[in-house]
Design a protein around this ligand. Structure first.
Ligand code: ZN
Length: 402
């Protein structure tokens, strides 16, 4: 059967796994700090202390467009000419938190770590499970994602600290993606900055991971194009300025993100379950509204799959790519795919190209349609994230503080 891809606009290339992806940040940092088994593929400069700031939902283009709300970071971008490291990284695919943070935490591609979306099929239970805030009790995080984490390996060589929100301390997603080292849970953003700076100063070498959740939340609720998002960007900017002034002078501060974000107008948030031809022969739907996994009934034929794909193309081919699982894997979107992960990926994938989002309201709650800022697909806006090296503004190297 001729591939339906030939009827569609060219697909973007695979994420830069192993070269310039979110999965290369902590592993490169670990290599710089002398942790065995890692390579500094990002060509990060040598430093005894490294702070990786992960800003949830800060895409490269959003930062650029709203730079007037980030006077400090704007200067950092403008003046960052030192070093060979890439200034743009790719999120993992799908461009969503569970997937990208697991690549960050393990240094491993999605096809191996197996966190291939927000909601995905657990073939063992024949059930769609959530891999973020609503983790399924029947899924063991360490079986689902069996690779060791960078933190687990790093903490034997260098004091390793996560500074995040208290409720993530032992969450299944943390255990799957970012377990290891010590964990400091703090609600307030400004306190998180202080504690990160303290942890960096406490020992002559250190690896600190600082998680910043608030921008993504504002984007989902109000959109990137909103005063609420701009306010959060201003707060991030101020927080980073304080961090740069508070850490020891020999600290390397890196800021990156797990994905970007695109605003989807209300009218373009579609309940596709209303169209029988778009769910005909589909046993499970999952993914995210901008990267839908469709899993077919066990007795589905290749012909019925092509029919389903043709129906999607007919209706939404101007706004989305429609791929088979094999086409997405061949395109390198998941990286190398291990046995057992293959079946977690939909037989058919719908990747939004335009500002549109696809819901199955038989499965998800109506409130999910209130989400304005969205991500998951492979457009530039969603997948390009910054890698910023924030210069330390402290005067001279400090030893043990407090
Ligand atoms: Zn998000």
């Amino acid at each position: 059967m001729p591939s339906l891809l030939t009827r569609q606009p060219a697909l973007p290339g695979a994420p830069g796994y192993g070269k310039s992806s979110i999965g290369d940040v902590l592993s490169s940092a670990a290599a710089v700090l002398g942790v065995p088994g890692y390579e500094n593929v990002l060509k990060l400069p040598v430093a005894p202390r490294i702070c990786v700031v992960l800003v949830d939902g800060l895409g490269k283009s959003q930062l650029k467009q709203r730079a007037s709300h980030a006077p400090f970071l704007r200067t950092v971008v403008a003046e960052d000419s030192r070093g060979e490291h890439p200034r743009t990284l790719h999120a993992a695919f799908p461009s969503t938190t569970a997937t990208s943070l697991t690549s960050l935490g393990t240094g491993v591609v999605p096809g191996l770590h197996g966190m291939v979306g927000y909601d995905v099929l657990d073939p063992r239970q024949d059930k769609v499970v959530n891999l973020l805030g609503n983790w399924d009790a029947g899924v063991d995080p360490l079986t689902w994602q069996p690779y060791g984490t960078v933190f687990e390996k790093a903490c034997a060589t260098v004091p390793t600290t996560t500074v995040s929100l208290p409720h993530f301390a032992n969450s299944p997603t943390t255990r799957a993606a970012l377990r290891g080292g010590s964990f400091r849970g703090v609600q307030s953003k400004s306190e998180r900055v202080e504690i990160a700076a303290e942890a960096l100063a406490a020992t002559p070498t250190s690896l600190v991971y600082l998680y910043w959740s608030e921008l993504d939340k504002a984007g989902h609720a109000h959109g990137v194009d909103s005063p609420a998002w701009e306010r959060e960007l201003e707060e991030l900017d101020a927080g980073m300025k304080r961090l740069a002034a508070a850490v020891p002078a020999d600290t390397l501060i890196l800021l990156t993100a797990d994905h970007g974000m695109i605003d989807v107008p209300r009218a373009a948030r579609i309940d596709y379950s209303l169209f029988p031809e778009l769910v005909d022969g589909v046993r499970h739907t999952a993914g995210e509204p901008r990267m839908v996994h469709l899993y077919l009934e066990a007795d589905a034929t290749e012909e019925s799959r092509q029919q389903l794909m043709a129906a999607w193309l007919e209706k939404f081919g101007k706004q989305a790519w429609v791929l088979t699982r094999e086409e997405a894997i061949d395109a390198g979107y998941f990286g190398e795919v291990r046995d057992g992960v293959q079946a977690r990926i939909g037989d058919v994938l719908i990747l939004a190209r335009e500002p549109i989002a696809f819901y199955d309201l038989r499965r998800v709650r109506l409130q999910a349609m209130d989400v304005v800022g969205q991500h998951g697909s492979i457009t530039k806006t969603e997948r390009e994230v910054p890698l910023l090296r924030i210069p330390v503004t402290a005067k001279k190297a400090k030893g043990k503080r407090r």
